[in-house]
Design a protein around this ligand. Structure first.
Ligand SMILES: C[S@@+](CC[C@H](N)C(=O)[O-])C[C@H]1O[C@@H](n2cnc3c(N)ncnc32)[C@H](O)[C@@H]1O
Length: 327
């Protein structure tokens, strides 16, 4: 948890502490808000925060089944995840199981890649360098994502049922086509995808709108902001991967993401996390990537948390890149 996230938690706890003396509607509001937050913390692996909130809820309202159920879930996760990860022994290259608290450890929630054992970093690097993911197609259209990440998008779309998906970085349109088909399956929503390059022959689909321009140009952003107003919105950032550009996008699009939904920052594995050290985009001389932008962003804002459970498949192009909006 970052300091700012801790502030959000303290605020919720203070509201709960004041609740017993408040009138009924205010007490209900405080409990509902704390339950939403506890659910969010639990989903993202911030188990201590989730448990603290639930205990406080049960102190003022002992008959709250949702709080009991979240607490049970927290206990289950603590018992399960802390013993389930495999690492290599660098000395003799054998595999050993050991306790590695990726999940439920606030430091790991924020910096999972930094605490990954070498074996997992090696699997990440090999999967990336093999470039099988770069040859993936969705219904015949190239899509530049690991299948694992596509599966995670599917989970997010099903969970959030977005009215609107905003994607920056269209390329061939494969990821937009994939997301449009998910929206078909839930029978709801549309996607606007933005790219500086127009490209002929992108797939046509009634739920997809293609926009040509820079993702940070007000001419593109302002209409999107108006359209997002009051809607359930999911954002996927997959355009230029320079830290300065990604951070600018994050600052612009964060407010468009609805509470409970996600901002997915793609390709945070580059610039040495653990692949493609020294990443840059000419003529920019300095190495940087999405991970550096994510770190700045979570330090700046208290309302997004990194969803650590999205690292559970181990191989992802987006380590620390699944950010859930909690408040
Ligand atoms: C990694 S590709 C997108 C891949 C696609 N989302 C997929 O998964 O198949 C990056 C795209 O970002 C576009 N791009 C680069 N800078 C951009 C910017 N400032 N605004 C919008 N798009 C940009 C590039 O033209 C390129 O097509």
């Amino acid at each position: 948890m970052t300091t700012r996230i801790r502030d959000v938690l303290s605020h919720a706890m203070a509201q709960l502490a004041a609740a017993p003396s408040a009138d009924q509607p205010e007490r209900d509001r405080a409990v509902r808000g704390a339950l939403d937050l506890a659910r969010g913390y639990h989903t993202c692996g911030a188990l201590d925060g989730a448990a603290a909130l639930c205990r406080e809820i049960l102190r003022i309202r002992p008959d709250t089944p949702e709080a009991i159920s979240i607490l049970n879930g927290v206990e289950h996760d603590r018992a399960f995840w802390r013993t389930a990860v495999i690492s290599s022994n660098p000395a003799d290259q054998t595999l050993t199981t050991f306790t590695f608290p990726i999940y439920g450890n606030p430091a790991a929630v924020r910096h999972t890649v930094d605490t990954q054992p070498d074996f997992i970093r090696a699997v990440q690097a090999l999967s990336f360098l093999q470039n099988g993911w770069g040859m993936c197609r969705w219904m015949g259209v190239p899509v530049l994502k690991f299948p694992n990440d596509l599966m995670l998008y599917q989970e997010i779309v099903f969970e959030t049922k977005p009215d609107l998906i905003i994607e920056t970085g269209t390329y061939n349109g494969g990821s937009a086509f994939f997301l449009a088909h998910l929206l078909d399956l839930i029978g709801h929503g549309r996607i606007v995808t933005v790219d500086v390059e127009p490209m002929p022959d992108r797939p046509q689909h009634p739920r997809i709108t293609y926009q040509t321009g820079s993702s940070i140009d007000p001419a593109i952003v302002d209409p999107l902001r108006a359209e997002a107003e009051g809607k359930t919105v999911l954002v996927s950032l997959d355009s230029s991967h320079l830290a300065s550009h990604v951070l600018a996008e994050m600052r612009i699009y964060a407010d468009l993401v609805s509470v409970g939904s996600y901002m997915v920052v793609e390709d945070s594995n580059i610039n040495g996390h653990p692949v493609w050290p020294g990443y840059t985009e000419p003529p920019n001389p300095e190495a940087s990537g999405p991970m550096e932008a994510i770190r700045r962003f979570v330090d700046e804002r208290g309302d997004f948390v990194i969803d650590a459970l999205k690292h559970r498949l181990l191989v992802t192009n987006n380590p620390n890149g699944y950010l859930k909006r909690l408040g």
